[in-house]
Write a protein that binds this ligand. Structure first.
Ligand code: NAD
Length: 246
């Protein structure tokens, strides 16, 4: 495969592990200069060594001023941001709505939805000004289907889908392309929080018959943030092994 990202500056939130790390590794391998933003300092340290990322910043994406500071530091270290992938996210404990504490509902929204908004808000003015940008948000099949016990997660990911569609319309005149991916269950640290019987139930719903590898998500996301993705914006790219065939 030829290098698709020579000299491109890419910010990957949640880039210290899982899907974000797989994306970061691929972009760096294809010539991109990658900044990893993540709340987990230890994981970030390991990820920088393994991924070839040029820059890391410990940042909680729910904190508006911390995200602004991370953006300023990234600009100083690498220059203007061409690519944003918002992979920072949490699933949280599975609880039926009647047992879901309001604080937990709000925290899951803060990370998954506020974090996506704040990260995009930081990079959008520069992309618009330069007339180029690629943004890939990370939603979930849970944002399209109801999952018992996953109301907060699913609602936050439905919010990510809607946010992405609006941002795509706002930025289309400036030549900035914005899409989202809706993964099904993927083998990352996140599924450690899900009970084994729930994982088996999810696997049995996948026509391709298996849980995805993070690399398979990275393959699709890297297309979404490449120059080749030039005539699709505001789309939800399915990555559910055939489950969400709609
Ligand atoms: P992961 O836990 O391996 O990675 C998530 C990363 O986000 C971690 O490095 C974590 O430290 C970081 N993070 C969490 N809270 C943060 C915060 N407040 N600020 C900054 N960073 C924070 O999980 P993953 O599976 O790679 O998840 C990546 C994205 O994919 C998430 O948005 C998740 O919802 C989505 N997703 C995952 C699956 C799956 O089955 N793994 C399925 C659908 C969607």
């Amino acid at each position: 495969m030829s290098d698709r990202f020579p000299g491109r500056v890419a910010v990957i939130t949640g880039g210290a592990s899982g899907i974000g790390l797989a994306v970061a590794t691929r972009i760096a391998a294809e010539g991109g200069r990658v900044a990893l933003w993540d709340v987990n300092a230890d994981a970030l340290h390991r990820a920088q060594a393994s991924s070839g990322a040029a820059f890391t910043e410990v940042v909680d994406v729910t904190d508006a001023s911390a995200v602004e500071e991370a953006h300023t530091a990234t600009l100083a270290a690498l220059g203007p941001v061409d690519i944003l992938v918002t992979s920072a996210g949490i699933i949280g404990p599975m609880r039926p709505v009647a047992d879901l504490p309001f604080d937990l509902w709000r925290h899951i929204h803060a990370v998954n939805l506020d974090g996506t908004f704040l990260s995009a808000k930081a990079v959008v003015p520069g992309m618009r000004e330069r007339g180029y940008g690629r943004i890939a948000t990370v939603a979930s099949i849970a944002g399209k289907e109801g999952v018992p016990g996953g109301a907060a997660y699913g609602a936050s990911k439905a919010g990510v889908i809607s946010f992405t569609k609006t941002l795509a319309r706002e930025l289309a005149p400036a030549g900035v392309i914005v899409n989202t991916i809706a993964p099904g269950p993927t083998e990352t640290g996140m599924v450690n929080d899900v009970p084994p019987e729930a994982i088996e139930r999810m696997r049995s719903m996948v026509p391709l018959g298996r849980i995805a590898a993070p690399q398979e998500m990275a393959d699709l996301i890297c297309f979404m943030v490449s120059e080749s993705c030039s005539y699709t914006t505001g789309a939800v790219f399915d990555a559910s092994g055939g489950r969400a065939d709609y």
